[in-house]
Ligand binder design. Sequence first.
Ligand code: ATP
Ligand code: LTN
Length: 348
Amino acid sequence: MTAPQAGETGTPERKPVILSGIQPSGDLMIGHYTGALRNWKKLQESHECFFALVNLHAITVYQKPAELRRRSLELLALYMACGIDPERSTLFVQSHVPQHAELGWILNCITPIGQLQRMTQFKDKSRRNEKNINAGLLNYPVLMAADILLYQADCVPVGDDQKQHLELTRDLAIRFNSMYSETFKVPEPYIAPREEGARIMSLQDPTAKMSKSDPDRNASLMLLDPPDVIRAKLRRAVTDSGSSIAYDPDERPGISNLMTLYRIVTGIGFEEQEERYSGQGYGPYKKDLGEAIVAFLEPVQERFKEIIGDRKALEEILDAGAAKARDRARRTLDKVHRKIGLLGGRRY
Ligand code: ATP
Ligand code: LTN
């Protein structure tokens, strides 16, 4: 999971490019922080970063229009509250850059349907949305590939669940390059190890991934949950049989998931946690973890409140981000048009 550093790829002055995105399809939870935002924040120091709000992905599942609008601005404010700096990174909305949908179409034409039908996320989401198994849900990973390839990204920081989609992105880049000559950078995934939160599990079912769209509100810890809600969710968190505090994700997924969160919010490693809580059982452990998460999220929530209060400033950030993103995306798409023989390049 090492990201390329400036100077290792391309010309010496070119910083390696990062692209990633989150869907405004629900409130952000702690897994989005550990799997994505935490790494984005680190990488923006050394990389040229593009961070998108992928609203065209979100509509593969029906979203109430007013909520989608509200959540999009909230998501931007949360990116910033978690330390993503719009002065350093380009923050933008996917639908403000029409090249995403256009490259998505072109890539669809070189994507085997069978490969899309085998995607775990497609199978899961089809099961959960039986009444709306739409073509967008199937083609979702192709649009994600377009998001990434448009920016010639070297590296894509995501949670563990996105591995398969990144494999497809790489396959498509390689296929296109071999059909039409070198055009796309083949991106590398940047997935933190499991101990660092690449896959935070549900608090109610530690064998399932924590997800913002889980209907059981006790299953996910939201970044904007008030302190008492956080404490209560942790008290109710499902743990394993026995009572010792020991890290063993295969045999003891419940406590190991909590230990991962503990490690992230306090910096205290597994062994030290095991020593500190030896013989104390789950009660005191969960209570301390609740307090540690409350303390960790407090400054994020404070910053969020300030940022979301200035709607005009948020809109300006998105306008500037869209202009920068469009400029980069257009360059790649012009090249694609020329390579595949679309008449007149993109003059039209
Ligand atoms: P939905 O459940 O609405 O389909 P999601 O929460 O799985 O959405 P996104 O919001 O788009 O998906 O996820 C954004 C980022 O957060 C991705 O990089 C994803 O891998 C990461 N992520 C999502 N859930 C977790 C989790 N439980 N643990 C770690 N990372 C996660
Ligand atoms: N598929 C991702 C969201 C996503 C994304 C992207 C992530 C859409 N486009 C580009 C990284 C790069 C998800 O479901 N979490």
